[in-house]
Ligand binder design. Structure first.
Ligand code: AMP
Length: 366
């Protein structure tokens, strides 16, 4: 793993009066470029040539420059890394960036300074490790089943590295588990039992609150050790299974699919906001203990609210999530912190601008 000291050494040579924001043209890139423009920071889009005309068509979300690559893994090449470094680029790692380049490649080979703490890639990338983080925070999370034989209630079975919930299935007992597992094995989707993660199925309403943690600002809620926590929006992911009722009275098999296809805005009852802030604050504090300096900037909690159990957190995404694309002009919550339209992309650019002003860029980069 590239040590933080090495990245900060590279950052020390950056010309702080010419910082740029860079990312791969996918996921939340339009919002990131748009936010950077609003904050007056130039941006760099790493792009496949065939996608360029389409990204160029968004005149208000256009990066100042493009770097063309045939394949996104090319950004690991020495010449591209050198170019990004010589241009004083800070990379914003969104979901597709991590997906295309690979968490391990980023940790081991990518020397370009990134906004945020790259150790989060290690902690969120493995479901068991991530669970340790949630347990340490003392927040409610679904029970994990180490062995299929132990299944004693409804569980959701997740495939490792599955893209957006594809291939997940439910089971109520070991027999049902093995029937479905064997079918996936026959279809060559999986081969080993350790490729699945078995988790208690939580009934309730899903909410995905988006947070931003600023280490440059004063602590604003008691549950935090340091920093200011902002709730900048909430979404719900639209998954194929959400439409399962359309096949009624029959359940059409094809609808039993958790693939995320889009997002829709949501707000929660005001009293639940307090609960979400407490949970996020505790998760941020435990991150700080487990992988100092912990969370920096954007993160999202994947939660299910059940009136009897309260919020259960089933996953943390420690970076900008696609659900923030709903709010390029701010959300019903960002308006309680900022007088201007504040998207997550813009909030990131604002933080970078503030860090430069305070001579504290090293606090928000790894
Ligand atoms: P994930 O890959 O963990 O983000 O899960 C994908 C989708 O599966 C979620 O958006 C939910 O619809 C569903 N899901 C995940 N975990 C659970 C759970 N423990 N209980 C019920 N549904 C879940």
């Amino acid at each position: 793993m590239i040590p933080r000291s090495q990245i900060l050494d590279i950052l020390r040579h950056y010309n702080e009066s010419d910082i740029k924001i860079g990312t791969i043209c996918s996921h939340t890139a339009l919002q990131i470029f748009h936010g950077a423009r609003r904050e007056g920071i130039p941006s760099v889009g790493i792009i496949l040539p065939e996608n360029k005309p389409y990204y160029e068509s968004f005149n208000k979300a256009l990066p100042e420059t493009f770097i063309e690559v045939e394949n996104y893994k090319e950004i690991l090449n020495e010449n591209i890394q050198k170019k990004l470094i010589s241009e004083n680029v800070l990379i914003i790692p969104h979901g597709s960036f991590v997906e295309y380049v690979g968490a391990e490649n980023i940790l081991e080979k990518f020397r370009v300074p990134m906004f945020g703490n790259r150790l989060t890639l290690f902690w969120e990338g493995d479901r068991r490790r991530q669970r340790r983080w949630l347990d340490e925070a003392g927040v409610s999370a679904p029970k994990i089943y180490e062995r299929p034989e132990d299944i004693d209630k409804l569980v959701i079975v997740k495939l490792h590295g599955a893209k957006g919930g594809k291939g997940y299935f439910k089971a109520s007992n070991p027999r049902e588990f093995y029937e479905k597992f064997d079918q996936l094995r026959i279809n060559n989707v999986i081969s080993e039992i350790n490729e699945v993660f078995i988790e208690e199925y939580i009934a309730g309403v899903r909410y995905y609150p988006h947070f931003f943690l600023s280490l440059l600002e004063k602590k604003n809620i008691p549950d935090l050790e340091e920093g200011r926590l902002e709730l900048l929006g909430i979404d719900r992911r639209l998954e194929v299974i959400d439409e399962v009722y359309r096949g009624l009275p029959m359940i059409i098999e094809e609808y039993i699919d958790y693939t995320v296809t889009g997002n829709t805005p949501a707000v929660v009852r005001e009293k639940y906001i307090l609960e979400l802030l407490k949970i996020a604050g505790r998760i941020a504090s435990s991150a700080r203990k487990l992988f100092y300096p912990g969370l920096i900037g954007p993160f999202c909690l994947e939660t299910i609210y059940n009136p009897k159990r309260g919020f259960t957190v089933f996953e943390v995404s420690a970076r900008i999530v696609a659900g923030t694309n709903l709010y390029p002009d701010g959300s019903p919550y960002s308006t309680f912190y900022f007088d201007e339209p504040m998207s997550m992309g813009r909030r990131i650019a604002r933080e970078i601008k503030n860090a430069v002003k305070l001579n504290s860029l090293s606090k928000i980069v790894y």
